[in-house]
Ligand binder design. Structure first.
Ligand SMILES: Nc1ncnc2c1ncn2[C@@H]1O[C@H](COP(=O)(O)OP(=O)(O)OP(=O)(O)O)[C@@H](O)[C@H]1O
Ligand SMILES: [Mg+2]
Length: 310
Protein backbone atom coordinates (compact mmCIF):
# COMPACT_ATOMS: atom_id res chain seq x y z
CA UNK A 1 0.00 0.00 0.00
CA UNK A 2 1.38 3.40 -0.91
CA UNK A 3 0.22 6.06 1.54
CA UNK A 4 1.72 9.03 -0.29
CA UNK A 5 0.20 8.38 -3.73
CA UNK A 6 -2.99 10.11 -4.89
CA UNK A 7 -6.04 8.16 -3.81
CA UNK A 8 -7.43 5.67 -6.32
CA UNK A 9 -10.93 6.85 -5.50
CA UNK A 10 -12.09 10.19 -4.22
CA UNK A 11 -15.83 10.63 -3.70
CA UNK A 12 -16.99 14.09 -2.78
CA UNK A 13 -20.56 14.65 -1.55
CA UNK A 14 -21.81 12.01 -3.96
CA UNK A 15 -25.61 12.02 -4.07
CA UNK A 16 -28.20 10.03 -6.03
CA UNK A 17 -31.90 10.75 -6.09
CA UNK A 18 -34.57 8.62 -7.72
CA UNK A 19 -37.49 11.04 -7.98
CA UNK A 20 -38.01 12.35 -4.45
CA UNK A 21 -36.18 9.45 -2.89
CA UNK A 22 -32.58 10.03 -1.84
CA UNK A 23 -30.77 6.70 -2.22
CA UNK A 24 -27.25 8.08 -1.61
CA UNK A 25 -26.79 11.29 0.32
CA UNK A 26 -23.63 13.38 0.47
CA UNK A 27 -21.22 10.49 0.58
CA UNK A 28 -17.50 11.37 0.74
CA UNK A 29 -14.50 9.09 1.12
CA UNK A 30 -11.09 8.25 -0.26
CA UNK A 31 -9.63 4.88 -1.12
CA UNK A 32 -5.87 4.49 -1.38
CA UNK A 33 -4.05 2.31 -3.90
CA UNK A 34 -3.70 -1.31 -2.87
CA UNK A 35 -6.33 -1.03 -0.19
CA UNK A 36 -9.20 -3.43 0.48
CA UNK A 37 -12.05 -1.09 1.29
CA UNK A 38 -15.16 -2.70 2.71
CA UNK A 39 -18.56 -1.14 2.20
CA UNK A 40 -21.07 -2.37 4.74
CA UNK A 41 -24.69 -1.59 5.38
CA UNK A 42 -28.12 -3.15 5.58
CA UNK A 43 -30.28 -3.96 2.54
CA UNK A 44 -31.30 -0.83 0.68
CA UNK A 45 -28.66 1.36 2.38
CA UNK A 46 -27.18 2.61 -0.89
CA UNK A 47 -24.08 0.47 -1.45
CA UNK A 48 -24.84 -0.75 -4.96
CA UNK A 49 -26.08 2.67 -6.03
CA UNK A 50 -22.80 4.25 -4.86
CA UNK A 51 -20.79 1.58 -6.67
CA UNK A 52 -22.76 2.06 -9.88
CA UNK A 53 -21.96 5.79 -9.78
CA UNK A 54 -18.26 5.05 -9.21
CA UNK A 55 -18.22 2.60 -12.14
CA UNK A 56 -19.63 5.21 -14.51
CA UNK A 57 -22.87 3.32 -15.16
CA UNK A 58 -25.17 5.65 -13.19
CA UNK A 59 -24.73 9.40 -13.20
CA UNK A 60 -24.69 11.19 -9.84
CA UNK A 61 -27.47 13.70 -9.11
CA UNK A 62 -24.89 15.91 -7.42
CA UNK A 63 -21.41 15.70 -5.99
CA UNK A 64 -18.50 14.17 -7.82
CA UNK A 65 -16.12 11.25 -7.85
CA UNK A 66 -12.75 10.51 -9.36
CA UNK A 67 -11.66 6.96 -10.10
CA UNK A 68 -8.03 6.41 -11.17
CA UNK A 69 -7.82 10.12 -11.91
CA UNK A 70 -10.93 10.25 -14.13
CA UNK A 71 -14.12 12.07 -13.27
CA UNK A 72 -16.93 9.49 -13.34
CA UNK A 73 -19.51 11.91 -14.75
CA UNK A 74 -17.23 13.48 -17.40
CA UNK A 75 -15.22 10.42 -18.44
CA UNK A 76 -17.29 7.34 -17.65
CA UNK A 77 -15.83 5.40 -20.61
CA UNK A 78 -12.25 5.97 -19.42
CA UNK A 79 -13.28 4.69 -16.00
CA UNK A 80 -15.04 1.60 -17.40
CA UNK A 81 -11.95 0.60 -19.40
CA UNK A 82 -9.72 0.60 -16.35
CA UNK A 83 -11.85 -1.08 -13.72
CA UNK A 84 -13.32 -4.48 -13.04
CA UNK A 85 -16.93 -4.47 -11.87
CA UNK A 86 -18.65 -7.54 -10.51
CA UNK A 87 -22.25 -6.44 -10.22
CA UNK A 88 -24.50 -7.76 -7.50
CA UNK A 89 -26.98 -9.29 -9.92
CA UNK A 90 -25.89 -11.81 -12.49
CA UNK A 91 -24.40 -10.31 -15.63
CA UNK A 92 -23.97 -13.67 -17.35
CA UNK A 93 -25.63 -15.02 -20.47
CA UNK A 94 -27.28 -18.37 -19.87
CA UNK A 95 -26.63 -19.65 -23.39
CA UNK A 96 -22.93 -18.84 -23.48
CA UNK A 97 -20.40 -21.30 -22.10
CA UNK A 98 -17.86 -20.48 -19.39
CA UNK A 99 -15.09 -20.22 -21.96
CA UNK A 100 -17.20 -18.09 -24.30
CA UNK A 101 -17.81 -15.65 -21.45
CA UNK A 102 -14.11 -15.30 -20.81
CA UNK A 103 -13.36 -14.85 -24.54
CA UNK A 104 -16.06 -12.19 -24.77
CA UNK A 105 -14.73 -10.23 -21.78
CA UNK A 106 -11.16 -10.61 -23.03
CA UNK A 107 -12.22 -9.07 -26.35
CA UNK A 108 -14.06 -6.26 -24.59
CA UNK A 109 -10.86 -5.25 -22.83
CA UNK A 110 -8.57 -5.70 -25.83
CA UNK A 111 -6.84 -8.91 -24.80
CA UNK A 112 -5.78 -11.02 -27.79
CA UNK A 113 -3.49 -13.84 -28.88
CA UNK A 114 -1.45 -15.71 -26.29
CA UNK A 115 -2.08 -13.00 -23.72
CA UNK A 116 -5.79 -13.74 -23.97
CA UNK A 117 -5.35 -17.53 -23.82
CA UNK A 118 -2.93 -17.28 -20.87
CA UNK A 119 -5.28 -15.04 -18.92
CA UNK A 120 -8.26 -17.30 -19.59
CA UNK A 121 -6.40 -20.43 -18.64
CA UNK A 122 -5.02 -18.75 -15.48
CA UNK A 123 -8.45 -17.75 -14.19
CA UNK A 124 -10.12 -21.00 -15.23
CA UNK A 125 -7.63 -22.80 -13.03
CA UNK A 126 -7.49 -20.26 -10.24
CA UNK A 127 -11.27 -20.32 -9.80
CA UNK A 128 -11.60 -24.06 -10.27
CA UNK A 129 -13.61 -23.56 -13.47
CA UNK A 130 -11.43 -25.59 -15.81
CA UNK A 131 -13.61 -28.70 -15.63
CA UNK A 132 -16.67 -26.56 -16.31
CA UNK A 133 -15.25 -24.58 -19.21
CA UNK A 134 -17.57 -26.02 -21.86
CA UNK A 135 -20.72 -25.74 -19.76
CA UNK A 136 -23.39 -23.17 -20.47
CA UNK A 137 -23.54 -20.51 -17.75
CA UNK A 138 -27.27 -21.17 -17.39
CA UNK A 139 -26.56 -24.68 -16.10
CA UNK A 140 -23.96 -23.66 -13.49
CA UNK A 141 -24.75 -23.72 -9.77
CA UNK A 142 -25.03 -20.38 -7.96
CA UNK A 143 -21.54 -20.58 -6.50
CA UNK A 144 -19.98 -21.43 -9.87
CA UNK A 145 -21.82 -18.53 -11.48
CA UNK A 146 -20.10 -16.29 -8.92
CA UNK A 147 -16.75 -17.88 -9.79
CA UNK A 148 -17.33 -17.15 -13.46
CA UNK A 149 -18.44 -13.59 -12.78
CA UNK A 150 -15.28 -13.03 -10.69
CA UNK A 151 -13.08 -14.50 -13.44
CA UNK A 152 -14.69 -12.18 -16.03
CA UNK A 153 -14.06 -9.21 -13.69
CA UNK A 154 -10.38 -9.95 -13.09
CA UNK A 155 -9.34 -11.25 -16.50
CA UNK A 156 -7.91 -7.96 -17.79
CA UNK A 157 -5.99 -7.24 -14.57
CA UNK A 158 -7.77 -3.99 -13.73
CA UNK A 159 -6.07 -1.60 -11.31
CA UNK A 160 -9.34 -1.00 -9.50
CA UNK A 161 -11.90 -3.71 -8.76
CA UNK A 162 -15.46 -3.29 -7.52
CA UNK A 163 -16.96 -6.44 -6.05
CA UNK A 164 -20.61 -6.06 -5.07
CA UNK A 165 -21.41 -8.98 -2.77
CA UNK A 166 -19.02 -11.38 -4.52
CA UNK A 167 -19.54 -14.11 -1.93
CA UNK A 168 -23.28 -14.07 -1.35
CA UNK A 169 -24.58 -17.58 -1.92
CA UNK A 170 -21.04 -18.97 -1.97
CA UNK A 171 -20.19 -21.90 0.35
CA UNK A 172 -17.82 -21.24 3.30
CA UNK A 173 -14.74 -22.92 1.82
CA UNK A 174 -15.18 -21.16 -1.50
CA UNK A 175 -15.65 -17.86 0.33
CA UNK A 176 -12.25 -18.42 1.85
CA UNK A 177 -10.81 -19.04 -1.63
CA UNK A 178 -12.40 -15.84 -2.92
CA UNK A 179 -10.83 -13.92 -0.06
CA UNK A 180 -7.41 -15.48 -0.71
CA UNK A 181 -7.73 -14.08 -4.22
CA UNK A 182 -8.88 -10.65 -3.01
CA UNK A 183 -6.01 -10.39 -0.52
CA UNK A 184 -3.49 -11.48 -3.18
CA UNK A 185 -4.85 -8.85 -5.59
CA UNK A 186 -4.37 -6.10 -3.00
CA UNK A 187 -0.88 -7.33 -2.17
CA UNK A 188 -0.05 -7.01 -5.86
CA UNK A 189 -1.23 -3.38 -5.78
CA UNK A 190 -4.82 -3.68 -7.02
CA UNK A 191 -7.34 -1.55 -5.17
CA UNK A 192 -10.49 -3.36 -4.11
CA UNK A 193 -13.87 -2.01 -3.09
CA UNK A 194 -15.98 -4.85 -1.76
CA UNK A 195 -19.41 -5.17 -0.18
CA UNK A 196 -20.46 -8.03 2.01
CA UNK A 197 -23.07 -8.95 4.57
CA UNK A 198 -20.65 -11.40 6.21
CA UNK A 199 -18.96 -9.47 8.97
CA UNK A 200 -16.22 -12.06 9.38
CA UNK A 201 -15.15 -11.11 5.85
CA UNK A 202 -15.08 -7.42 6.76
CA UNK A 203 -12.18 -8.24 9.10
CA UNK A 204 -10.01 -8.73 5.98
CA UNK A 205 -10.53 -5.11 4.94
CA UNK A 206 -7.99 -2.35 5.64
CA UNK A 207 -10.76 0.20 5.93
CA UNK A 208 -14.50 0.02 6.32
CA UNK A 209 -17.38 2.40 5.81
CA UNK A 210 -20.84 1.78 7.16
CA UNK A 211 -23.68 3.23 5.15
CA UNK A 212 -27.21 3.55 6.45
CA UNK A 213 -30.13 5.24 4.74
CA UNK A 214 -27.79 6.62 2.09
CA UNK A 215 -25.40 8.21 4.59
CA UNK A 216 -22.05 7.03 5.85
CA UNK A 217 -22.52 6.66 9.60
CA UNK A 218 -19.08 5.34 10.56
CA UNK A 219 -15.73 4.57 8.98
CA UNK A 220 -12.29 3.39 9.98
CA UNK A 221 -10.22 0.27 10.29
CA UNK A 222 -11.98 -2.79 11.75
CA UNK A 223 -9.89 -2.30 14.90
CA UNK A 224 -10.62 1.41 15.28
CA UNK A 225 -14.34 0.86 14.75
CA UNK A 226 -14.33 -1.68 17.54
CA UNK A 227 -12.30 0.61 19.79
CA UNK A 228 -14.35 3.68 19.03
CA UNK A 229 -15.54 5.20 22.27
CA UNK A 230 -18.84 6.18 20.73
CA UNK A 231 -19.77 2.56 20.86
CA UNK A 232 -19.53 2.65 24.64
CA UNK A 233 -19.27 -0.83 26.02
CA UNK A 234 -20.36 -4.24 24.91
CA UNK A 235 -21.61 -6.60 27.60
CA UNK A 236 -21.99 -10.33 27.28
CA UNK A 237 -24.75 -11.89 29.35
CA UNK A 238 -25.14 -15.58 30.04
CA UNK A 239 -28.53 -16.55 31.36
CA UNK A 240 -30.75 -19.63 31.60
CA UNK A 241 -33.45 -17.55 29.90
CA UNK A 242 -31.70 -15.42 27.28
CA UNK A 243 -34.92 -14.61 25.46
CA UNK A 244 -36.49 -13.14 28.59
CA UNK A 245 -33.43 -11.00 29.23
CA UNK A 246 -33.50 -9.81 25.62
CA UNK A 247 -37.20 -8.93 25.83
CA UNK A 248 -36.66 -6.97 29.02
CA UNK A 249 -33.66 -4.93 27.98
CA UNK A 250 -33.94 -4.27 24.25
CA UNK A 251 -36.47 -1.47 24.68
CA UNK A 252 -34.49 0.31 27.42
CA UNK A 253 -33.28 3.74 26.34
CA UNK A 254 -29.72 3.12 27.57
CA UNK A 255 -29.40 0.06 25.33
CA UNK A 256 -28.08 0.86 21.84
CA UNK A 257 -28.63 -2.67 20.60
CA UNK A 258 -29.05 -6.18 21.93
CA UNK A 259 -28.99 -9.50 20.19
CA UNK A 260 -28.11 -13.15 20.44
CA UNK A 261 -24.48 -14.03 19.90
CA UNK A 262 -24.20 -17.79 19.91
CA UNK A 263 -25.78 -18.91 23.17
CA UNK A 264 -24.97 -15.57 24.84
CA UNK A 265 -26.55 -12.17 24.60
CA UNK A 266 -24.52 -9.16 23.44
CA UNK A 267 -25.66 -5.75 24.58
CA UNK A 268 -24.17 -2.49 23.33
CA UNK A 269 -24.48 0.54 25.57
CA UNK A 270 -23.20 3.93 24.54
CA UNK A 271 -22.20 4.96 28.05
CA UNK A 272 -19.08 4.33 30.05
CA UNK A 273 -20.98 3.20 33.16
CA UNK A 274 -23.13 0.94 31.00
CA UNK A 275 -22.19 -2.27 32.78
CA UNK A 276 -23.36 -0.92 36.15
CA UNK A 277 -26.63 0.34 34.71
CA UNK A 278 -27.29 -2.98 33.07
CA UNK A 279 -26.55 -4.98 36.25
CA UNK A 280 -28.71 -2.67 38.30
CA UNK A 281 -31.59 -2.95 35.84
CA UNK A 282 -31.45 -6.75 35.81
CA UNK A 283 -31.35 -6.87 39.63
CA UNK A 284 -34.25 -4.45 40.03
CA UNK A 285 -36.36 -6.54 37.69
CA UNK A 286 -35.28 -9.82 39.27
CA UNK A 287 -34.10 -11.21 35.95
CA UNK A 288 -31.83 -14.20 36.54
CA UNK A 289 -28.42 -14.13 34.88
CA UNK A 290 -25.43 -16.43 35.32
CA UNK A 291 -22.87 -13.82 34.42
CA UNK A 292 -22.44 -10.39 32.92
CA UNK A 293 -19.10 -9.15 31.67
CA UNK A 294 -17.64 -6.51 29.42
CA UNK A 295 -16.25 -8.01 26.21
CA UNK A 296 -14.41 -6.67 23.17
CA UNK A 297 -17.12 -5.91 20.64
CA UNK A 298 -17.18 -7.86 17.42
CA UNK A 299 -17.80 -6.00 14.15
CA UNK A 300 -21.32 -7.38 14.36
CA UNK A 301 -21.77 -5.56 17.69
CA UNK A 302 -20.41 -2.32 16.22
CA UNK A 303 -22.71 -2.64 13.26
CA UNK A 304 -25.73 -3.43 15.44
CA UNK A 305 -25.07 -0.53 17.79
CA UNK A 306 -24.81 1.90 14.87
CA UNK A 307 -27.82 0.79 12.88
CA UNK A 308 -29.72 -1.48 15.25
CA UNK A 309 -32.12 1.03 16.74
CA UNK A 310 -32.46 3.58 13.98
N1 LIG B 1 -33.24 2.64 -10.31
C1 LIG B 1 -33.81 2.87 -9.13
N2 LIG B 1 -34.99 3.50 -9.01
C2 LIG B 1 -35.56 3.75 -7.82
N3 LIG B 1 -35.02 3.39 -6.64
C3 LIG B 1 -33.85 2.73 -6.67
C4 LIG B 1 -33.19 2.43 -7.90
N4 LIG B 1 -32.04 1.78 -7.61
C5 LIG B 1 -32.00 1.67 -6.27
N5 LIG B 1 -33.08 2.25 -5.70
C6 LIG B 1 -33.36 2.34 -4.26
O1 LIG B 1 -32.24 2.94 -3.65
C7 LIG B 1 -32.02 2.36 -2.36
C8 LIG B 1 -30.60 1.87 -2.27
O2 LIG B 1 -30.49 0.71 -3.06
P1 LIG B 1 -29.11 -0.09 -3.21
O3 LIG B 1 -29.34 -1.16 -4.20
O4 LIG B 1 -28.02 0.88 -3.48
O5 LIG B 1 -28.93 -0.70 -1.75
P2 LIG B 1 -27.83 -1.71 -1.22
O6 LIG B 1 -27.16 -1.07 -0.05
O7 LIG B 1 -26.96 -2.15 -2.33
O8 LIG B 1 -28.73 -2.92 -0.67
P3 LIG B 1 -28.49 -4.52 -0.71
O9 LIG B 1 -27.65 -4.85 0.51
O10 LIG B 1 -29.87 -5.07 -0.56
O11 LIG B 1 -27.85 -4.88 -1.99
C9 LIG B 1 -33.07 1.29 -2.18
O12 LIG B 1 -34.14 1.82 -1.43
C10 LIG B 1 -33.50 0.99 -3.61
O13 LIG B 1 -34.82 0.53 -3.66
MG1 LIG C 1 -26.61 -3.93 -3.21
Amino acid sequence: MNGSAAPTIRADALTKRFGDFVAVSDVSFEIRAGEIWGFLGPNGAGKSTTIRMLCGVLSPTSGSAEVLGFDVARDPEEVKLRIGYMAQGSSLWNDLSVQEHLRFYAGLFGLAGTKREDAISHWLKRLDLYGQRARLAGTLSGGYRKRLALACTLLHEPQMVFLDEPTSGVDPLSRREFWDIIVALAEAGTTVLVTTHYLDEAEHCNDLALIYDGKIVASGTPESLKRDARNGITAEILSPDTVRVLDAIETQPFVASAGLYGSALHVCIRERDGLDRLSQFLQEHAIPVDSIAQVTPSLEDVFASLVGKR
